[in-house]
Design a protein. Structure first.
Length: 198
């Protein structure tokens, strides 16, 4: 699978160290191996490759941090873990990586508030929880929002998920100008609801 970022393409292929990340500008000289993502035995799965601005975001398991989001600018030194959301080998299992302008949105589980909506500007400091839509800590009942998919329409993030007491719902996250600015007043508005009933 190829993912275009600017005038480069990124892809995963099997090399001397197993399945790893490469990038190419369409020339032999410009086709390079980026990084050995997992130095122990086995190949790291590389998934959810998503272009945001001039960067590639993807998920992998390096054997140390578990499944987390990584970022690459197309250079070996610029290919690294974005943020260790769930510290330890379990990882946050991020999914549904979606570009909204120059911001990445995704669902992840930090093992504290459960699986919720996150966003990132491509820096560790700028990677943060959007909102705990289903308050509660891991180990409590229904503490996650169970996000199924994320879409961007006119700089507004929509996602399908479920919250306790609401059943299956479609929620929207408003864009307050710069999506990376702190938004303590952020509220999630219900667009439509379909409650599962026995």
């Amino acid at each position: 699978m190829f993912t275009k970022v600017g005038n480069q393409v990124f892809f995963a292929t099997d090399g001397a160290t197993g399945l790893e990340l490469w990038r190419s500008d369409g020339t032999e000289a410009g086709t390079i191996f980026l990084k050995d993502l997992r130095t122990d035995t086995g190949s790291p799965p590389i998934a959810n490759m998503t272009a945001v601005g001039n960067s590639l975001f993807f998920t992998t398991n390096d054997g140390i941090h578990g499944y987390e989001v990584w970022r690459s600018d197309g250079t070996p030194q610029g290919t690294s873990l974005l943020y260790d959301i769930n510290v330890g080998k379990d990882g946050s299992s991020p999914v549904n990586l979606t570009a909204v302008g120059n911001t990445l949105y995704f669902a992840a589980d930090d093992s504290y508030v459960g699986r919720e909506l996150w966003k990132s500007d491509g820096t560790e400091a700028g990677t943060k929880l959007v909102k705990d839509a289903s308050p509660g800590t891991t180990g409590t009942t229904n503490n996650s929002t169970s996000i199924n998919s994320i879409a961007a329409i006119n700089n507004t993030v929509y996602f399908l998920g479920s919250t306790p007491g609401e059943g299956s719902v479609s929620l929207l996250s408003p864009n307050y100008g710069n999506p990376m600015e702190p938004t303590p007043e952020l509220s999630l508005s219900l667009v439509s609801r379909t409650v599962h009933q026995d």
